[in-house]
Design a protein around this ligand. Structure first.
Ligand code: SAM
Length: 252
């Protein structure tokens, strides 16, 4: 347990961080970064619009609750543990996490979108929790506290194109035996493209659906978890429309 590391973040506060260093004009890196920047801007705009009603609308088409419980159980938390939740959104998982870690534990919720974090802040106040910190940052650039007991990301969807980086940074920060858990949507294997588009649209994907289907971010997550963690467990849920991936940091 590494409360000291997590306590570096003030409780229940939204912290703004710089996004990236200056880049050489015209370089490939600059080109790639500007694509990432525009994806990021689009994403923030999308979730700003969704934030106020997110808790209701996100439950309409898909049985999230049971899967969220399963994801939190897979973290194998104990009272007093520290958890980083990447792309925490409105903090829907916070009550489940609080049940496991208790008041001695620590949650750091990280999200890109200010409006989603504002909803999370309200949830924290309603819950009366003094052990949750909120950080506004891109998960790919977030500096994980070292020795954290567990890391969770549920339905981060658009974390990519840098999801591999998020997984690797998190894996490096976990304590030995700590768990990295990702729960998200995917396209079921062997599904025709038109059916994939219909199915995923039905469960409420936002952003560029075509791009998401072509990019297949769940595959990058799987590879990154295989490369950086031990004992990867990959479970398909809801007819292959979702997956639960659990990796464990091996001994040093
Ligand atoms: C579908 S919501 C999921 C929210 C929450 N995890 C849940 O289970 O309800 C996606 C969230 O991911 C956040 N997000 C997407 N890409 C991100 C990134 N690169 N870094 C941090 N947050 C990101 C969005 O701002 C949004 O709040």
């Amino acid at each position: 347990m590494t409360l000291a590391a997590c306590q570096a973040f003030p409780a229940a506060a939204v912290i703004r961080r710089g996004v990236k260093d200056a880049l050489l004009p015209g370089s490939d890196l600059e080109h790639t970064m500007s694509e990432i920047d525009s994806t990021r801007e689009h994403l923030i705009e999308t979730y700003r619009k969704r934030a106020r009603h997110y808790d209701i609308t996100s439950q309409l088409y898909y049985p999230q609750r049971a899967h969220r419980r399963r994801a939190v159980q897979a973290l194998r938390l104990r009272p007093g543990d520290s958890v980083v939740e990447i792309a925490c959104g409105t903090g829907v998982n916070f009550p489940l996490l609080e049940q496991e870690i208790g008041p001695e534990g620590r949650i750091v919720g990280v999200d890109l979108t200010d409006a989603m974090l504002a909803q999370a802040q309200q949830r924290i106040e309603m819950g009366g929790w003094s052990n949750v910190s909120l950080v506004q940052a891109d998960g790919a650039e977030f500096e994980f506290p070292t020795g954290v007991d567990a890391i969770l990301a549920t339905y981060p969807h658009a974390l990519l194109p840098e999801s591999g980086k998020v997984i690797a940074h998190g894996a490096a920060a976990l304590c030995a035996g700590g768990h990295w858990v990702v729960l998200d949507l995917k396209v079921p294997d062997n599904t025709p493209r038109w059916l994939a588009q219909l199915g995923v649209a039905t469960v409420g994907r936002s952003g560029s659906l075509d791009e998401w289907i072509v990019r297949r971010p769940w595959e990058a997550i799987r590879v990154a978890m295989q490369n950086t963690l031990a004992d990867l467990s990959w479970i398909e849920l809801f007819f292959g429309i979702a997956y639960l991936a659990v990796g464990t940091r091996g001994p040093e």
